[in-house]
Design a protein around this ligand. Sequence first.
Ligand SMILES: [Mg+2]
Length: 143
Amino acid sequence: MNLKGLRKPVGPHSNCSHLARRLWDSRYVSDLEELRDRMRAFTLARDWEKFHDPKSLLLALVGEVGELSELFQWLPADQARELTQTDSLKTRVSEELSDVLLYLVRLADVMDIDLANAARRKMDLSESRFAAENFRGVAPEKK
Ligand SMILES: [Mg+2]
Protein backbone atom coordinates (compact mmCIF):
# COMPACT_ATOMS: atom_id res chain seq x y z
CA MET A 1 0.00 0.00 0.00
CA ASN A 2 1.31 3.41 -0.96
CA LEU A 3 0.81 5.90 1.88
CA LYS A 4 3.12 8.50 0.34
CA GLY A 5 1.67 11.95 -0.07
CA LEU A 6 -1.19 11.59 2.39
CA ARG A 7 -2.11 14.63 4.41
CA LYS A 8 -2.18 15.03 8.15
CA PRO A 9 -5.79 14.70 9.34
CA VAL A 10 -7.54 18.00 10.04
CA GLY A 11 -11.06 19.09 10.95
CA PRO A 12 -13.72 16.79 12.37
CA HIS A 13 -11.75 13.65 11.48
CA SER A 14 -8.70 14.71 13.45
CA ASN A 15 -9.85 12.57 16.36
CA CYS A 16 -9.97 9.45 14.14
CA SER A 17 -7.04 7.14 14.45
CA HIS A 18 -4.32 8.35 12.15
CA LEU A 19 -3.94 4.93 10.57
CA ALA A 20 -7.69 4.57 9.89
CA ARG A 21 -7.70 7.99 8.23
CA ARG A 22 -4.71 7.05 6.07
CA LEU A 23 -6.35 3.81 4.98
CA TRP A 24 -9.58 5.61 4.09
CA ASP A 25 -7.73 8.27 2.09
CA SER A 26 -5.47 5.91 0.21
CA ARG A 27 -8.30 3.62 -0.88
CA TYR A 28 -10.71 6.25 -2.18
CA VAL A 29 -8.22 8.74 -3.57
CA SER A 30 -6.48 6.02 -5.56
CA ASP A 31 -9.83 4.77 -6.90
CA LEU A 32 -10.69 8.23 -8.23
CA GLU A 33 -7.20 8.68 -9.66
CA GLU A 34 -7.42 5.32 -11.40
CA LEU A 35 -10.78 6.25 -12.94
CA ARG A 36 -9.44 9.68 -13.96
CA ASP A 37 -6.41 8.11 -15.64
CA ARG A 38 -8.52 5.50 -17.44
CA MET A 39 -10.90 8.20 -18.68
CA ARG A 40 -7.92 10.23 -19.93
CA ALA A 41 -6.49 7.22 -21.78
CA PHE A 42 -9.91 6.28 -23.18
CA THR A 43 -10.44 9.82 -24.45
CA LEU A 44 -6.93 10.20 -25.92
CA ALA A 45 -7.07 6.84 -27.73
CA ARG A 46 -10.22 7.98 -29.54
CA ASP A 47 -9.12 11.57 -30.14
CA TRP A 48 -12.15 12.77 -28.19
CA GLU A 49 -10.47 15.55 -26.19
CA LYS A 50 -11.93 18.06 -28.66
CA PHE A 51 -15.42 17.03 -27.46
CA HIS A 52 -14.58 17.16 -23.76
CA ASP A 53 -14.99 20.85 -23.00
CA PRO A 54 -16.59 21.61 -19.60
CA LYS A 55 -20.00 22.55 -21.04
CA SER A 56 -20.28 19.37 -23.12
CA LEU A 57 -19.17 17.17 -20.22
CA LEU A 58 -21.65 18.88 -17.91
CA LEU A 59 -24.47 18.21 -20.37
CA ALA A 60 -23.37 14.58 -20.66
CA LEU A 61 -23.35 14.33 -16.85
CA VAL A 62 -26.84 15.81 -16.62
CA GLY A 63 -27.99 13.40 -19.34
CA GLU A 64 -26.74 10.46 -17.28
CA VAL A 65 -28.48 11.81 -14.17
CA GLY A 66 -31.61 11.89 -16.34
CA GLU A 67 -31.11 8.24 -17.31
CA LEU A 68 -30.73 7.37 -13.63
CA SER A 69 -33.85 9.35 -12.74
CA GLU A 70 -35.82 7.62 -15.47
CA LEU A 71 -35.39 4.30 -13.65
CA PHE A 72 -37.35 5.70 -10.69
CA GLN A 73 -39.77 7.91 -12.58
CA TRP A 74 -43.39 7.52 -11.47
CA LEU A 75 -42.62 4.85 -8.89
CA PRO A 76 -43.99 5.52 -5.40
CA ALA A 77 -41.05 6.07 -3.00
CA ASP A 78 -41.62 2.87 -1.01
CA GLN A 79 -41.96 0.80 -4.17
CA ALA A 80 -38.78 2.33 -5.55
CA ARG A 81 -36.94 1.41 -2.33
CA GLU A 82 -38.12 -2.20 -2.63
CA LEU A 83 -37.23 -2.40 -6.31
CA THR A 84 -33.67 -1.23 -5.68
CA GLN A 85 -33.17 -4.53 -3.88
CA THR A 86 -34.04 -6.53 -7.00
CA ASP A 87 -31.13 -7.62 -9.16
CA SER A 88 -32.45 -6.17 -12.41
CA LEU A 89 -32.98 -2.62 -11.10
CA LYS A 90 -29.82 -2.73 -8.99
CA THR A 91 -27.81 -3.60 -12.10
CA ARG A 92 -29.37 -0.76 -14.12
CA VAL A 93 -28.88 1.72 -11.25
CA SER A 94 -25.24 0.70 -10.86
CA GLU A 95 -24.68 1.22 -14.59
CA GLU A 96 -26.20 4.70 -14.57
CA LEU A 97 -24.44 5.67 -11.34
CA SER A 98 -21.19 4.62 -13.00
CA ASP A 99 -21.93 6.81 -16.02
CA VAL A 100 -22.60 9.74 -13.67
CA LEU A 101 -19.37 9.12 -11.75
CA LEU A 102 -17.25 8.77 -14.88
CA TYR A 103 -18.51 12.03 -16.39
CA LEU A 104 -18.10 13.74 -13.02
CA VAL A 105 -14.51 12.55 -12.73
CA ARG A 106 -13.78 13.60 -16.32
CA LEU A 107 -15.38 17.03 -15.82
CA ALA A 108 -13.31 17.62 -12.69
CA ASP A 109 -10.18 16.51 -14.58
CA VAL A 110 -10.61 18.87 -17.54
CA MET A 111 -11.30 21.70 -15.08
CA ASP A 112 -8.16 20.76 -13.12
CA ILE A 113 -10.13 20.17 -9.93
CA ASP A 114 -8.88 17.63 -7.40
CA LEU A 115 -12.26 16.01 -6.84
CA ALA A 116 -11.25 13.92 -3.83
CA ASN A 117 -9.84 16.96 -2.03
CA ALA A 118 -12.81 19.15 -2.99
CA ALA A 119 -15.22 16.51 -1.70
CA ARG A 120 -13.19 16.11 1.48
CA ARG A 121 -13.40 19.87 2.11
CA LYS A 122 -17.18 19.81 1.54
CA MET A 123 -17.56 16.91 3.98
CA ASP A 124 -15.51 18.81 6.57
CA LEU A 125 -17.84 21.80 6.13
CA SER A 126 -21.00 19.68 6.32
CA GLU A 127 -19.78 17.89 9.44
CA SER A 128 -19.15 21.26 11.09
CA ARG A 129 -22.37 22.88 9.87
CA PHE A 130 -24.63 19.95 10.76
CA ALA A 131 -23.20 18.67 14.02
CA ALA A 132 -24.66 15.21 14.69
CA GLU A 133 -25.72 16.14 18.23
CA ASN A 134 -27.88 18.99 16.81
CA PHE A 135 -29.27 17.34 13.68
CA ARG A 136 -29.82 13.69 14.53
CA GLY A 137 -33.14 12.76 12.89
CA VAL A 138 -33.86 16.38 11.98
CA ALA A 139 -33.85 17.58 8.37
CA PRO A 140 -31.97 20.85 7.86
CA GLU A 141 -34.20 23.86 7.17
CA LYS A 142 -34.24 25.30 3.66
CA LYS A 143 -33.00 28.87 3.47
MG1 LIG B 1 -26.18 5.85 -19.13
